[in-house]
Write a protein that binds this ligand. Structure first.
Ligand SMILES: *Cc1c(COP(=O)(O)O)cnc(C)c1O
Length: 522
């Protein structure tokens, strides 16, 4: 029999409650237990009163369904259901989000205000260009600042995420090679310190991926890279700062060598917040680099979107940039499309999106850039690096920090599970952090570090917030080091305990089955 009664509770007897520390409702203080909507709703309940349907003759030949079995609730029950679920979520507006490589930082409310101005928010993508001049001016101004901040030649604004930007850059590289009659350069070299999307993008665009090893200090092995260059190499894809949280100091030497061998240099610039205002990728010889507007220039993200990944391009790759893009002439802004491209853009590889890109994120990013100004953006980079180094140095006596000797880190600090007692691993520390009220850091990535813990505090956390996080992180790490068995069973205070995440990923159960029906079928 189903243990769920009509109202969806899982009642425990008072005696059982006393013995197990459970409550009658399953709630714990204000942490509310909430069943699935299928368990509490029924198909004959609804929040809306419809009049009786008039009898009509069906034209569906008996194929119509009387009910599709969707659960219904009254309006207040619906509101409570989703509000209760939302309270089981963690968000940047609740606390520090140390996910490495994700830049989960505060999103200034001013950005939201501007993005919601009806002139931007309500604009239809098919609005005639004459009636959308303000929006095109925003795109053009943002493009100007992205080019200025990176020291590059042009920018393709339309890609809709970091990985989408990578695809844009790699397709531009392919178009440039084909235009030179060297389309048989099929290999992209990807260092093992690159973000996982880099080899995935290269493979998706039909290149063959070859690894380049890292040196012991966590950077690209320049000699190994030089040794592999030749007439079959299309180029390299390098994440800088890399996923070990380090700046690739040899970037200029790498670019020079790759160019001399006829290849192009793609740089993954998702973590531009670590260097904005301090380093111009154009000065390092880069040909294409995406910028994650949703990381460096704010915009809330996570849970799959929205994203925006403009790609800055060198002069060599500019002719191959995707359409459309915005140009200004005497009459105002205009949109360069296939029909109007002319010989100037004859090399374009095509287009990435149906329209112009993510307008809501363009307005947020431009607001962010203009409200910070040149000095403010430079401080973004300085504070993101300072905060990460503060965490690195505050933890290195309780957790192994494999690159602590390689010099200061950039925007993220990396630790390993080296030195934890037998049976204890990174996941135990991550789960115990949930009990402390924190979303865990990035785990087991990058792959070059055993049991990696990658922590990015971001520039928007105060010293007080960092100290509290460090206190929790140190306490959990020390308990793991001392072999405290309760760390192995954490989290103890979360609505759910330790789940079999591998099983959930490999065999996800995505459809609800009525337990009574399932039982009847047995
Ligand atoms: C986030 C990230 C990406 C991917 O960006 P998406 O917008 O999620 O596609 C790529 N590279 C690095 C280094 C990143 O941090």
């Amino acid at each position: 029999m189903s243990t769920i009664n009509q109202s969806g509770w899982r009642p425990t007897t008072p005696e059982a409650g006393e013995a197990s520390g459970a409550t009658f409702t399953g709630n714990r203080a204000l942490m509310l237990e909430e069943p699935l909507i299928f368990e509490i709703g029924s198909s004959d309940t609804t929040g809306v009163d419809f009049g009786e349907m008039p009898e009509g003759k069906s034209r569906l030949g008996g194929l119509e369904r009387k009910s599709i079995g969707l659960p219904g609730l009254s309006e207040p029950e619906t509101v409570r259901h989703y509000t209760r679920l939302s309270r089981q979520n963690y968000a940047i507006d609740l606390g520090l989000f140390p996910l490495g490589s994700c830049t989960m930082k505060h999103n200034p409310r001013l950005n939201e205000r501007v993005a919601r101005l009806p002139g931007f928010a309500d604009l239809h993508p098919l609005t005639p260009v004459d009636s959308a001049q303000g929006a095109f001016e925003v795109i053009d101004q943002l493009a100007h600042w992205l080019i200025t901040l990176t020291g590059m030649h042009s920018v393709a604004m339309s890609p809709k995420a970091g990985a989408h930007g990578e695809l844009c850059g790699v397709l531009a590289i392919r178009a440039a090679l084909e235009a030179r009659g060297e389309g048989d350069r099929k290999i992209l070299l990807v260092p093992i310190s690159a973000h996982g999307t880099n080899p995935a993008t290269a493979a998706f665009a039909n290149f063959t991926v070859e690894d380049i090893p890292a040196t012991d200090d966590g950077r690209v092995d320049l000699e190994a890279l030089k040794a592999r260059l030749g007439p079959d190499i299309a180029g390299v894809m390098i994440t800088n700062p890399n996923t070990c949280g380090l700046f690739e100091r040899d970037m200029k030497a790498i670019s020079d060598a790759v160019h001399a061998a006829g290849g192009y240099v793609y740089c993954d610039g998702a973590n531009f917040n670590a260097i904005v205002g301090r380093v111009r990728p154009g000065d390092l010889g880069i040909d294409a680099m995406h910028i994650n507007l949703h990381k460096t220039f704010s915009t809330p993200h996570g849970g799959g979107g929205p994203g925006s990944g403009p790609v800055v391009l060198s002069e060599a790759l500019t002719p191959y940039a995707p359409l459309p893009f915005v140009e200004k002439d005497g009459a105002g802004y205009r949109l360069v499309e296939e029909e109007t491209a002319g010989e100037h853009h004859a090399g374009t590889f095509g287009r990435m999106v149906a329209f112009h890109g993510q307008m809501g994120m363009f307005t947020r990013a431009l607001t962010y850039i203009l409200s910070h100004g040149a000095d403010g953006l430079r401080q973004v980079a300085e504070d993101s690096v300072l905060n990460a180094n503060y965490i690195l140095r505050s933890m290195e006596d309780v957790l192994d920090a494999p690159f602590a000797k390689s010099g200061p880190c950039m925007h993220e600090a990396i630790f390993s599970d080296e030195g934890l007692p037998e049976g204890f691993s990174t996941i135990d520390i991550a789960k115990a952090l949930i009990d402390e009220g924190y979303h865990p850091m990035t785990m087991y990535f990058p792959l070059v570090v055993h049991g990696a813990m990658l922590v990015e505090p971001t520039e928007t956390e105060s010293k007080a917030a960092l100290d509290q996080f460090i206190g929790a992180f140190r306490s959990v790490a020390a308990r793991a080091r001392n072999g405290d068995p309760s760390v192995k069973t954490a989290p103890h205070f979360a609505p759910r305990r330790r789940l079999d995440e591998t099983l959930a990923a490999r065999k996800p159960v995505l459809a609800w089955k009525d337990p009574d029906v399932a039982q009847a079928a047995e």
